[in-house]
Ligand binder design. Structure first.
Ligand code: GTP
Ligand code: MG
Length: 195
């Protein structure tokens, strides 16, 4: 899969504001600060397409990006960020849940997991919920440049055991880094197969 063009299309607070269904979509979800927006920039090779920030909670809307003018990447608001107001937080979770459960042109969800951390309760909860929706998903372990490959391998094995052991078939797994570009080719190939 070659990305020839990538442009911001629209931000929406909820499903009602999403663009027309015509094009297939792949969405990024994961805890705040895990690297969703960075991954979008990595895949499209545009450093400033999605806003990246050290401050968690940066992406607060459903952001739709048009790729090659015939499919989309969707940068979703992160979960698990406690510093937005309660009503706002509920709204975001509601919008993300509705998007994943109801979006007809959603071809796949990428769940991003910080490769440096032990499985976090909120990630486990989210994956369990996602399995229930029966949406096709893959798992991406981010920020691999921040530790040794063997540590990342351990983290992947541990997450597999705790969260994915009972899934048949098991979800596809990727390791990524927005610094070294690791994972880019593999993730794009995965998308290409499902378009
Ligand atoms: P929210 O929009 O708040 O949910 O966050 P996000 O998941 O979109 O994370 P974002 O891409 O904004 O990245 C958060 C921070 O992690 C930024 O400081 C990024 O530069 C950093 N970061 C993201 N991915 C990587 C990576 O692969 N390697 C390293 N070293 N830093 C990364
Ligand atoms: Mg973001």
């Amino acid at each position: 899969m070659k990305i020839k063009s990538a442009t911001f299309e629209i931000s929406a607070p909820n499903l009602a504001g999403a663009p027309r269904l015509a094009q297939p979509e792949f969405a990024f979800i994961g805890r705040s600060n895990v690297g969703k927006s960075s991954l979008l920039n990595l895949l499209t090779e545009q450093n400033n397409l999605a806003r990246v920030s050290d401050r968690p909670g940066k992406t607060r809307l459903l952001n739709f990006y048009s790729i090659n003018q015939n499919w989309r990447l969707v940068d979703l608001p992160g979960y698990g960020y406690a510093h937005v107001s309660k009503t706002e937080r509920a709204d975001f979770n509601e919008a993300v849940a509705a998007y994943i459960e109801e979006r007809e042109n959603l071809r796949g969800v990428f769940v991003l997991i910080d490769s440096r951390l032990e499985p976090q309760p909120i990630d486990l909860e989210f994956v369990a919920w996602l399995v229930e929706t029966r949406v096709t998903f893959a798992v991406i372990f981010t920020k691999a440049d921040k530790q040794s490959p063997s540590r990342t391998k351990e983290a992947v094995a541990r997450f597999r055991e705790v969260a994915l052991a009972e899934l048949d078939p098991p979800p596809e797994i990727f390791v990524s880094s927005s610094k070294t570009k690791a994972g880019r080719k593999e993730i794009l190939a995965y998308i290409g197969e499902r378009l």
